[in-house]
Design a protein around this ligand. Structure first.
Ligand SMILES: [Ca+2]
Ligand SMILES: [Ca+2]
Length: 273
């Protein structure tokens, strides 16, 4: 439709629409500025004096306009500092201000664009990780791992009266994999501060902590135990816990175990439910 019209016309090819639009806007702005200049230049000598600017700003603001700010405006307009503002100076300062504003808007747009690009890049990466993260049959990441720090034991039972105990903790995953801490030495309160990791395939897994005393000549003696289900720490945050230790009959009173626990089961999700 548009090209047909152009073919049928004998007019010279028009200027690019953007140029003509920008030029038109500029002409309109200059005309508006000329009008404004005339409104300030009340004695019509083609110069704006400081007094004329004061009067104009007072009238516009409806109060006595701040003279310091008015002087600043005047100095900015009076490019050659001869104490008068010509129409050219007046237009120039507005165009400069306009240009500065335009540049500021452009810079803000560029910042916004680059921020948007960064965000898109992050989302692409996250999406790629989500798509490529290999999951177990139970829907958690293949490289899922639980990090345990066995910190300390407090109020542990003491069966070999008069002697220090030599407790250690046996940590098992699902009663299968078994890792022991070093043997600590102390009485009722001991520190291990030992890190242990297990690969986890099934989110229904559980960790069992059994504390033994290795000092007794009759063999290692059971002091107490406690269990943690991984579903309790599925939020992937690090948990610091003080857990009661239980005897063979599930009764409390065997002291406490201090632990740090963190189960990472997905790089791209928080919680798996
Ligand atoms: Ca004047
Ligand atoms: Ca001047």
């Amino acid at each position: 439709m548009y090209s047909d019209q152009r073919q049928g016309s004998n007019q010279p090819s028009p200027m690019k629409p953007m140029d003509s639009k920008a030029e038109k806007e500029l002409m309109e702005k200059v005309a508006a500025l000329q009008q404004e200049f005339a409104a300030i230049d009340v004695n019509h000598d083609a110069w704006i004096s400081k007094e004329e600017l004061y009067n104009y700003l007072d009238k516009k603001s409806g109060t006595r306009f701040d003279r310091a700010i008015a002087d600043e405006i005047f100095d900015r307009m009076d490019k050659n500092h001869d104490g008068q503002v010509t129409i050219n100076e007046f237009i120039k300062v507005y165009i400069e201000a306009d240009e500065m504003l335009r540049r500021k808007i452009e810079a803000a747009k560029i910042n916004k664009e680059s921020y948007k690009r960064q965000q898109e890049e992050c989302m692409r990466k996250a999406e790629k990780e989500r798509l490529t993260e290999k999951l177990t049959a139970y829907g958690i990441a293949h490289n899922s791992m639980v990090h345990v720090t066995v910190l300390a034991g407090t109020d542990l039972p003491q069966f070999n009266y008069g002697e220090n105990s030599s407790p250690y903790v046996e940590v098992t995953l699902n009663d299968q994999e078994r890792i022991k801490t070093r043997i600590a030495s102390g009485s009722r309160n001991v520190e291990w501060d030992e890190k242990i990791n297990f690969d986890v395939v099934n989110p229904e897994s559980y960790l069992k902590f059994i504390v033994y005393d290795s000092r007794l000549p009759t063999g290692d003696s059971f002091l107490g135990e406690t269990t943690v289900r991984l579903s309790e720490i599925q939020d992937q945050n690090q948990h610091e816990a003080v857990l009661d230790l239980f005897d063979e009959h599930g009764q409390r009173g065997r002291g406490q175990l201090h632990l740090k626990l963190q189960w990472i089961h997905s790089k791209v999700r928080k919680g798996y439910y």
